[in-house]
Design a protein around this ligand. Sequence first.
Ligand code: ATP
Length: 590
Amino acid sequence: MTIQLTDIRILPAGGFGRNMLDGVSAEFSAGELTLVAGPSGAGKSTLLDVASGLRKPHEGSVRFEGEALWSRRRPAGPPMKAAFVFQYAEHQLFARTVREEFTYSLKPYRLTREEGERRIVRALEAVELPQAFLDRSPFSLSGGEKRRVALGTAFSVEPDWLFLDEPSAGLDPEASGLLTEYLARFKAGGGGIVVAAHDLDPYLPLADRVLLLNGGRLAAAVSGEELGRRPQLLAEAGLAVPESLQLADRLRGLGWDVPAGQPLAPEQLAAELAGQVRLRWAAEPGGSPAADMPAAAYAATASASAIAGAPHGAPVPSAGSAAAGQKPAAEPSSPSAARGLTAADPRALWAGCLLLSAGIFSQSSTAALALSIAVTAGVTAYSGVPVRSLKPAVRPFLLLMAFSVAISGARIAFPAGFPGLPAIGFSVPDALLTLRQFVKLLCVLVLGMLLPLLAGPIRMKQGLEQGLAGLSRLKLPVEAVALTASLLFRFIPLILAELERFSRIARARGRSGARPGSLRARDLPAVLIPLLVSLFKSAEDFALALEMRGYDRLGPRRSLREPLRFSRRDYRLIAVSLLGFVVLIGAGRL
Ligand SMILES: Nc1ncnc2c1ncn2[C@@H]1O[C@H](COP(=O)(O)OP(=O)(O)OP(=O)(O)O)[C@@H](O)[C@H]1O
C-alpha cells in the first residue's frame, strides 16, 4: 500500500504570499514511518493534510494504491482507513465526554458493542489513561491528557495509516516513550505512519524516510540511515541538528565507535557504549578498565551534558560547517512588498467600491451591464485576489440567480375549458429583466467581497471610523457603526472557519465521504450542538477581547493604532474610480 504525491501545489490561503506547498513529490509506504521535518511554516501540516486526503491540492495528483484520491471536488478512490491526530488536540475534540469521543470515532466501523468496548479499553491502556476518564469532559483535561485522548481515539479505530502532527507536543517523557513504543508495534504490524515533528529525537530511530521541507518546498528526501550519516542535510534545510545526532557526533570525535547510519534512541546508544566499555575491559589483561577509560567515559558524559546545556539546536562543529551555508527560511512577504490595492488606504478602497457600485446600480441596458461586468472583472484581476477566494459566495449566488431567472420567465396558462393540459411558455423579456437585476447585484457583491480581502477587518474598521469621523459631531454613532460592520466582516469568515474545522474533524475521524468545507446531513446531529457552542464561545471571546481593550468605557482614547494617511496612490485610486463611475453613468444614458 502506498500513497503517492506528485508535484503538489497548494496556493496561499489568502491569495497573497508564497505557496503553502510548491511542487512537492513524495511517496509514503505501509510498514514504514515517514518523518516530515522542517522549520515553522515549512508546510508540514499541509503536507499531512494532502497525504491523508483531508485537503485537495490545487495542482498535482494524490494517488492511493495507484488510484486517484480525488474526483473533482469529492474524495474518491479506494477508502484509506486512516486516523489523524491534529497538531492541537483541542481542535479535534468536541464531544461532551471522553466516551462520546470514542463513540464518534468508532461509529463509521459499525462494531458490536462488545468489540467497541474492547477497543476503547485497549486504546486507554495504550495511552495509559484510567477508565474513569471516560466520563470526563475533554475540555476539563490538561493539555497532555487531551493529547492522550486524541491519540487514544485514533488508535481505537485500528487504522491502516496513522497521520500524527506534532504528536509528542504536551506529552511528558513517559507518555512520549509509550507513544514511540506503540508506533514501533504499529509499524511492525504493517501500518503506515506519517509524523510531522519539530522534535525529531523520538522519531529518528524509527524513521524509514525523512522528508525535509523548507518554505513549502521539498529540500531533501532521505532514508533515516542516510540522515544519520549526513546530519548536515538538516542544517541545509534550515533545521537544527537534533541532540541525539549531535551527541553521536561528539562521541565519535572522542574516539567512541558509534555506528553511523540509523540514529539511535538514547537507551540504544547507552547500550552500545556499555557494550564497548565491556569489550575494552575484557581486552585488558586481568579484565580491568584501560587507563584511559575513565577519562574517555568522563569526556563522553561531559560532552553529553554540554550538549544538553547548549542552546537548543546549537550546531556541533562537524555539522556547523554546513550550518554556515544554512539557507534561511523563506521570509513572509512584508507589508511594503504588498502590491497594488492591498497597500491602499481602506478609505480609498471604501470610496472606490461605493463609486463603482453606484455606477453599476444605475445601469439598465444590456450593453451598459456588459460594461459593468467588464469593470468588475478588470478590478478583480487588478486586485490580485484569486477568483477561488470569491467562489464560496459567488457559487450559491449564481444558483439563486439561475433559479430566479427561470421562475420569472416561466409562463403557465390554463386553457379556458378546465380541465385540460396547461400551456407552458417562457417570457424572454421578463427573464432578462430579472437577469439584469441579478447581474448588477453580482457585480456589487464581488466588489464588496474584495474589500475585506484587500484591507483586512481591522484596517477596514479603522478606515470607516476615520472616514466617518466628521459625522460624530452630529452625534451619530460612527464608532458603533464601524465596529458592527467590521465584526460582521470578521464573524462571517469565523463561521466558515468553524464549519471547515468540524468538516475536517468529521473527515479525519472516518467520515471520508464528506467534501472539504462541508458536513453531510447524517453527521449534523453529532456536531451541530458543539458547532453552535463553539460559535457562541468565539462570540463571547470577541466580546471579552473588546471589553479588555476598553471598547465599553474608553471611547476613542483606547485606539492605539497609527492614524491612516492618504498617499498619492490613494488619490489616484479615487480618481480612477470616479472616472469609472462617470463612464458607467454615461454608458447607462446611451
Ligand atoms: N489557515 C491558514 N491561512 C493562511 N495561511 C496558512 C493557514 N495555515 C497555514 N498557512 C500558511 O501555510 C504555510 C504552511 O503552514 P503549515 O501549518 O503547513 O506549516 P508547518 O510546517 O506545519 O508549521 P508549524 O511547524 O509551525 O506547525 C505557512 O506559511 C502558513 O503561514
